[in-house]
Structures are given as structure tokens and as C-alpha cells.
Design a binder for this molecule. Structure first.
Ligand code: HEC
Ligand code: HEC
Ligand code: HEC
Ligand code: HEC
Ligand code: HEC
Length: 374
């Protein structure tokens, strides 16, 4: 009798502890194995502990406070202490290593608009009950690990809590990917396309499809060709290159990245013209970047301390621009090549932080287009 009473107590206390407990990413794998696997390879699974660029810059900005947590470690169980510097990121804490976690994204109740950056407001979970997760499924099947509710936030605002904009302490915009009126559904259409296979392994509702959680972006060779149209036209002495940004955000979103065009003319396999000699920065108008000035007006690399811009050259959402190169003498059979490249961390970054990974040392081809003169 005594034994079973204690056992009951144990069970009860366990139930209430579990219900308010954080459900880590790995726990979703049991039923959403496909989505879990996609997510693991995505940028949202990266953060302080496994994104070298983020880690290096965060420590450079401050080795005491970790204010980046709001967006990069939003599930932290001691978020305030991380931001104020009373605690440091901890490798043994799952709410820290999970980065932008499944549970975080699926418990956003609404997004509050704000000047510096928007704020994701979390839903309150009732003690003693399994957690409620939000999504976009119609009539979700019940599960014993969580309840499910369809919430319009997952079409309208799922991305704007973190990706919309960010200003630093001096009111300089570090990035602005969305306007106030933009709907996150646009982002979802491109970055979370429907893939084969149900959202859950038993797929009792026979959905047959689910929203991709790979969040493909600039690191995917195929996906990155789809954001930009490059068009070449020419007369005998002029080459016209037209760029059209099909994306609903600027060509450059984050200041660590640069994108640039390399233009060449080949005659019988030999290069007879190029838009720059050695450094793509020589052809400024097709070198897309934004760089910052510090308090003293001099160029600085880390935007957290910026006071204003030094140079902004971007292609806004749905913007088209045409660039002319005159003084050519093109002949039949000449091949004009226009290639857009991206650097994941611009060369200047290497001056302030040490980045050992290969991917930060070279430029990647974004897209390449050719025209043969006839
Ligand atoms: C308002 C939310 C927000 C805050 C606060 C924030 N970031 Fe970010 N950060 C983002 C978003 C969103 C992205 C992805 C944007 C992109 O890829 O274009 C990002 C991307 C990055 C990247 C690029 C990652 C890569 O490997 O390509 C770096 C580096 C970075 N942030 C550093 C920081 C640092 C350091 C801090 C704190 C000083 C910080 N961020 C604070 C939202 C934020
Ligand atoms: C024991 C199995 C199980 C586990 C573990 C589980 N889920 Fe689910 N989940 C389900 C089922 C079943 C559905 C309903 C699927 C359907 O209707 O097609 C679902 C639906 C969802 C939905 C859609 C909700 C909606 O209203 O549209 C989300 C989001 C979700 N789960 C997230 C998670 C996350 C995040 C985790 C890990 C923290 C997790 N699930 C763990 C079984 C599970
Ligand atoms: C809790 C904040 C947060 C939310 C909400 C969020 N993101 Fe992100 N996202 C980030 C951060 C931070 C990064 C950069 C992580 C890193 O690389 O270190 C990122 C990276 C990305 C990237 C990779 C960019 C690249 O190529 O480098 C894509 C694509 C992306 N997010 C799309 C989305 C979409 C679509 C949504 C809405 C469904 C969304 N994100 C919601 C914070 C968030
Ligand atoms: C028409 C399709 C399309 C739409 C709509 C779209 N994106 Fe993208 N996005 C892309 C492609 C393609 C890339 C990678 C190529 C590139 O960056 O040039 C990308 C890159 C990104 C990146 C990485 C940017 C970087 O620094 O290079 C982030 C972050 C991102 N998208 C978030 C979003 C968010 C948030 C939305 C909603 C406002 C959105 N995207 C809407 C296609 C789209
Ligand atoms: C950056 C935010 C974000 C993260 C992180 C995230 N999700 Fe989602 N998830 C979404 C959005 C937005 C949708 C709705 C997309 C749609 O239906 O078009 C969604 C949809 C779902 C669905 C319903 C499937 C469907 O087709 O709509 C399930 C189940 C789910 N997520 C589980 C997970 C699991 C498990 C993880 C972690 C392994 C995870 N999510 C991580 C934003 C996120």
C-alpha cells in the first residue's frame, strides 16, 4: 500500500515535470524522422557551438554578454542571464545546443513588431498537460507527446520574428530582409517547398506531403541558382548585362556576405576581355556589399559597433538593373560569360576573426550564363 502510494506520487511528479520540460530536437525524431533529418542539415540547426563564423564574431563582439541569443539561441532556459552576461553558452545544455529549435519555432503565439528587431512571443504551456504545438496542418491527428493546433501565425509571421530586420545600439540597420507588410508565406513557398512523404511517420491522415525543413539557402548549389536572372545582350561594341532579383528580399541580406559578377569574353578559347584584372572589387558597380563606418568615420568590419554606412550596393527585392560595357569589338563566335559569385565571409572578415574552415576562404559560383555572338 505504502509502496504504491509513493509510486503514484513519483508518477504524478514526473508527469508535471515532463509537461513543462523542454522537448528537445532529438525527441521529435521518434515520429517526425524525415523532418528531423532535413532540419539537422539546415542553417537553423547551426548556432554558437557549430557555426564557426557566428562563434568567432559573437566572441569578438563580447566575451561576456551573449545578446545574439534572442535569435541564435532563442530557446535558452536562461536567456536573460546570457544576454546580461551572468551566464555563458553551455555545451551540456540542450536548450543552448539546439540553436533555432523545433520546439521554439512551433510555440510562437504571435510576433510583436518593434524598432530594433521584432520579438517572438511564446505561448504559455499549461502545467500538467502535454505541450501544444502550432502549425499549419488542417485537422491534425492527435499524438500522445503533444497536442496540435492550426495557427495562422505559421503562414503570416513564422519568419518575421527573426528575419525581418535588425538594428544595432547606434540605430544602424544591420539587415532588413522584410518590410512590415510582408507575409511569411512568401518565404515558406520558396524556402519550405512541399516534399514527398507525410509530416509524421504513420501518416494516418494520408497527407503524402510535408513542408521541407531543409530551409535551403545560399549553401545549396542548385537552390542558389534560382534567386537571380542574368541576361546578356550585345551590339558589336557594347555588352549589356541585366540582373533581376526574383527573391522577396535584397540580394545581400547579411553584411558578412558579398556577391560579385565576373564578366569575360572568350575568342577561340582565349580570354580577350575581363571586367577586372585581379580583384573583383575593381568593378564596383557589380560588386554587391554593404560596409560600415565606426565612430571616427573609418571603415569597420563588425557591424555591431557601426555608426553609419560606408558603401551600400545592393539589388532590392524584385529589382532589375542593367549594366553597360562599351568599347568592345565583338566578332562572330565570341563567347560572353557572366558569372555571379558569392563569398560566405568577405575577405575583410579574415582581418578581424580567424576563420579556418575552407568555405570561408573561397568564392562559390552562384550562377553562370553564356551568350555566343552570331
Ligand atoms: C534580430 C535577430 C538576430 C540577432 C539579435 C542576431 N542575429 Fe545573427 N542572424 C540573424 C538571422 C535571421 C540570420 C540569417 C540571415 C542570413 O543568413 O542572411 C543571422 C545570421 C548571422 C550570421 C551568418 C551566419 C553564417 O554562417 O552565414 C552571423 C555571423 C551572425 N548572424 C552573427 C550574429 C552575432 C555575432 C550576433 C550578436 C552580436 C547576432 N548575429 C545577433 C538574426 C539575428
Ligand atoms: C509520439 C509521436 C510524436 C512525437 C514524439 C512528436 N510529434 Fe509532432 N505530431 C505527431 C502527430 C501524429 C501529428 C499529426 C500529423 C498529422 O496530422 O498528419 C503531429 C503534428 C505536429 C505538428 C503540426 C501541428 C499543426 O497543428 O499543424 C507540428 C508542428 C509538430 N508535430 C511538431 C513536433 C515537434 C517540434 C516535436 C518534437 C518536440 C514533435 N512534434 C514530436 C506526433 C508526434
Ligand atoms: C528564432 C529565429 C528565427 C526564425 C523564427 C526563423 N529563422 Fe531562419 N535563420 C535564423 C538564424 C539565426 C539563421 C542563421 C543561422 C546560422 O547560420 O548561424 C537563419 C538562417 C536561415 C536560412 C539560411 C540562409 C542561408 O542561406 O545562409 C534560411 C533560408 C532561413 N533562415 C529561412 C527561414 C524561414 C523561411 C523562416 C520562416 C519559416 C525562418 N527562417 C524563421 C533565425 C530564425
Ligand atoms: C522567389 C523565391 C524566394 C523567396 C520568395 C524568398 N527567398 Fe530567401 N532566398 C532565395 C534564394 C534562391 C536564396 C539563395 C540565393 C541568394 O541568396 O542569392 C535565398 C537566400 C535567403 C537567405 C540568405 C541570404 C544571404 O545572406 O545570402 C535568407 C536569410 C533568406 N533567403 C530568407 C528569406 C525570407 C525570410 C523570406 C521571406 C521574406 C525569403 N527568403 C523569401 C529565394 C527566395
Ligand atoms: C524556423 C522555424 C521552424 C523550425 C526550426 C522548425 N519548423 Fe516545423 N514548420 C515551420 C513552419 C513555418 C511550418 C508550416 C509550413 C507549411 O505548412 O507550409 C512547419 C511545419 C511543420 C510540420 C507540419 C508539416 C507540414 O507539412 O506543414 C511539422 C510536423 C513540423 N513542422 C515539425 C518540425 C520538427 C520536428 C522540427 C525540428 C526537427 C521543426 N518542425 C523545425 C517552421 C519551423
Amino acid at each position: 500500500m505504502k509502496f504504491s502510494f509513493l509510486f503514484l506520487l513519483f508518477l504524478l511528479s514526473n508527469v508535471s515535470a515532463n509537461s513543462t520540460k523542454y522537448l528537445d530536437n532529438k525527441s521529435c525524431d521518434e515520429c517526425h524522422e524525415g523532418i528531423y533529418e532535413e532540419y539537422q542539415g539546415s542553417a537553423h540547426a547551426r548556432g554558437y557551438f557549430n557555426d564557426a563564423l557566428h562563434h568567432a564574431i559573437a566572441d569578438k563582439v563580447s566575451d561576456k554578454t551573449y545578446a545574439c541569443a534572442t535569435c541564435h539561441m532563442p530557446m535558452a532556459d536562461n536567456l536573460k542571464a546570457l544576454i546580461s552576461g551572468e551566464a555563458r553558452p553551455d555545451k551540456s545544455n540542450k536548450t543552448h545546443t539546439d540553436a533555432i529549435s523545433c520546439y521554439f519555432c512551433h510555440t510562437i503565439a504571435y510576433v510583436k513588431k518593434a524598432h530594433k528587431f521584432n520579438v517572438n512571443t511564446k505561448s504559455r504551456q499549461a502545467k500538467g498537460y502535454k505541450p501544444t504545438l502550432y502549425g499549419r496542418l488542417i485537422k491534425p491527428e492527435d499524438s500522445d507527446k503533444h497536442s496540435s493546433i492550426n495557427n495562422p501565425v505559421y503562414a503570416k509571421n513564422a519568419c518575421s520574428g527573426c528575419h525581418s530586420h535588425k538594428l544595432n545600439d547606434n540605430n544602424v540597420t544591420i539587415f532588413r530582409a522584410m518590410s512590415d507588410k510582408q507575409n511569411s508565406l512568401e518565404c515558406i513557398k520558396c524556402h519550405m517547398p512541399e516534399l514527398e512523404g507525410g509530416a509524421e511517420k504513420l501518416d494516418k491522415r494520408a497527407r503524402g506531403q510535408h513542408a521541407s525543413h531543409k530551409f535551403l539557402g545560399i549553401h545549396d548549389e542548385k537552390f542558389r541558382t534560382t534567386g537571380l536572372d542574368i541576361n546578356i545582350s550585345s551590339t558589336q561594341n557594347t555588352i549589356m548585362i541585366s540582373l533581376y532579383n526574383k527573391m522577396s528580399h535584397p540580394l545581400i541580406v547579411q553584411p558578412a556576405r558579398v556577391k560579385y559578377l565576373k564578366l569575360t569574353v572568350l575568342r577561340e578559347g582565349k580570354e580577350i576581355w575581363k571586367n577586372y584584372k585581379t580583384d573583383p572589387r575593381e568593378d564596383k558597380k557589380v560588386f554587391f556589399e554593404f560596409t560600415f563606418k565606426g565612430k571616427d568615420g573609418k571603415k569597420i568590419i563588425i557591424p555591431a559597433n557601426a555608426y553609419s554606412y560606408l558603401r551600400v550596393n545592393n539589388l532590392e527585392a524584385k529589382e532589375r538593373k542593367t549594366f553597360e560595357y562599351k568599347g568592345m569589338n565583338l566578332e562572330k563566335g565570341d563567347v560572353i560569360n557572366a558569372s555571379m559569385y558569392v563569398r560566405m565571409a568577405k575577405k575583410d572578415c579574415q582581418k578581424v576573426v580567424e576563420l579556418k574552415e575552407e568555405k570561408f576562404k573561397k568564392a562559390f559560383l552562384l550562377k553562370s550564363v553564356e551568350k555566343i555572338i552570331d
